[in-house]
Design a protein around this ligand. Sequence first.
Ligand code: FES
Length: 435
Amino acid sequence: MSLSIDEIQQLVEPARVHSSVYVDEELFQLEMERIWGRSWIYVGHESQVKNPGDYYTTSIGTYPVILIRDAKSKSLHVLHNRCGHRGAIVTQRQCGNAGVLRCPYHGWTYKTDGSIHAIPHVGGYKDTEFDKNDEEFSMKKLPRVEVYRGFVFACLSEDVEDLSDFLGEIADTIDNMCDRSPEGEVEVTGLNCHRFIHPCNWKFFLENLHDAMHPMCAHAGTSDAVRSYLSTMPEGTSPPPEAEIIDPFAGSYDFFDSMGVTGLDKGHGYMGGKKSIFSHYEMYPEYLEAMYSAYGKERTEEILSFNRHNACCYPSSTIRDGIQSIRVLRPVSVDSTIIESWTFRLKGAPEKLLQRTLRYSRLINSPGSMVGPDDLDCYYRIQESAKSKSIEWIDLQRYFGQDIKDDDKDTAPGTSDLAIRNQYKAWLNYMSREA
Ligand code: FES
């Protein structure tokens, strides 16, 4: 690597970033090593691997990994998805169940804890330095794996703080999602997700989460059409449930300013907190009944009035408590990123709640959504400008210098660039640590 720390630090100023952060191959490799290799990354939910031997393949940065439930102890492991022999990716199946994992190249097999199960024609290793019990020949376990209320995070490096310290206030969002279940737990719906390939750098997606200046412009086509349709409905008719979801995308600047934006330590952040379209549940009386019976009226109201719009868990995911979804970033290369959108069922809640969650996911987060492709088109336009070097610096000055500082967080009106500046503060911290 030839980029020095000094050179990296010159790319991020307090209220602008250099466009090379989106297109430079060397910076991308350093990001994988220094950000994705050293922080807690969301891997999956334990309900994806309920039974002994269940596994799910994913990645941490560009490293392929497997989340697997031990066939004997039933504990969870996250393993490098590569063979201890010559390094082939052991399985490319998205998910499955296996007593042992078998490499397709020379047939080495591994137990569900990653240790070697058997090697064909093993006599050829007699009197060599090969040792079946040497971890080097195993499917190595990641050094740090922790679970927070069913959400599994892992780190490629041993040297990382405890997960609860890393999550900080973001844990409140996970708590709230789970507390919305009368049983206090969520589980993934189905075995898969909406998977959306973005031909652009991974950071655009995170930056857009709290960019409240764009919805009324970038999504105007959809929200104008919805409002126009609603205006034709006879008076007294209930609007279709889709309208409840799309309508806020046409909110005013004042509406988004009033939501507020919060920047937390380590690049995390969120918008809103108390006001959201998902604060009202009068139309789901069976759900309210189940919640009152589980928590009492006062606590239920406290749970349901807590609503954060996109809690960013930097760098790997963004969580919506009120709609029970998590979107996961999987960088592929400097200009390609997979965005996954997973939805969760509130255990003990009526099916209608899940339908609401799925409706939101299809309308907003899926590749065929009426909103997501608008965003992607905008990211792609910046990516192309950065690639052609037709723009050198990216501006981040909205409400700069006007943040309200608390001990461990900064807040600002919702249309501030605070969250993006906060992400780059974290980016710089990670990228300035050589080892
Ligand atoms: Fe896996 Fe040879 S590379 S068995």
